[in-house]
Design a protein around this ligand. Structure first.
Ligand code: INI
Length: 160
């Protein structure tokens, strides 16, 4: 049965990463992981831009501006919301997730979500390049796959 798939080749892609100043000691590790994953899949370092939002709540605004600029093939939204740090956890995390999904749906620019939402700092550290991997790298790889999947659907190029 023919099926559409996204290849993991990033050569020629222009990618914007949205990061945050909040919890930057974690988010910087996510950005490093995303950059590294993009580079290892063929994205030229000069084709990766980073825009720094104040906090996760603001990432959708920044992602929308980047998407609407039409300069990027994909947007990778990164951040870190820690429950213990705020009574607003659900609002901030929810706004970031819903906002990223809204940007993707309304602009059509492939947008992926690597905002950590954890109960503790330790859980965040685990997901930022230590024992539970690097969610920034995962979101970057999902972006490459999604761009290529969208392109293959647009081209009607289903594989076997
Ligand atoms: N922003 C984050 O990115 N992570 C957090 O853990 C966080 N906490 O704990 O409150 C946080 N709050 C700031 C928020 O994203 C906005 O920047 C702020 O409310 C101003 O609009």
């Amino acid at each position: 049965m023919p099926k559409f798939e996204g290849m993991m080749t990033g050569a020629g892609l222009k990618v914007a990463i949205v990061s945050t100043r909040w919890n930057d000691f974690i988010v910087e590790r996510l950005v490093d992981g995303a950059r590294d994953a993009l580079r290892r899949h063929g994205v030229a370092p000069g084709d990766i831009d980073v825009a720094v939002a104040p906090g996760a709540f603001e990432t959708p605004t920044v992602a929308r501006k980047l998407a609407e600029s039409r300069r990027y093939d994909a947007i990778v939204v990164l951040g870190c919301v820690i429950r213990g740090a705020t009574p607003h956890f659900d609002y901030v995390a929810g706004a970031a997730a819903n906002g990223a999904a809204d940007v993707a749906a309304s602009t059509g620019v492939p947008t992926t979500f690597g905002v950590l939402t954890t109960d503790t700092i330790e859980q965040a550290v685990e997901r930022a390049g230590t024992k539970a991997g690097n969610k920034g790298a995962e979101a970057a790889l999902a972006a490459i796959e999604l761009v290529n999947l969208c392109r293959s659907i647009e081209a009607g190029a289903a594989g076997e």
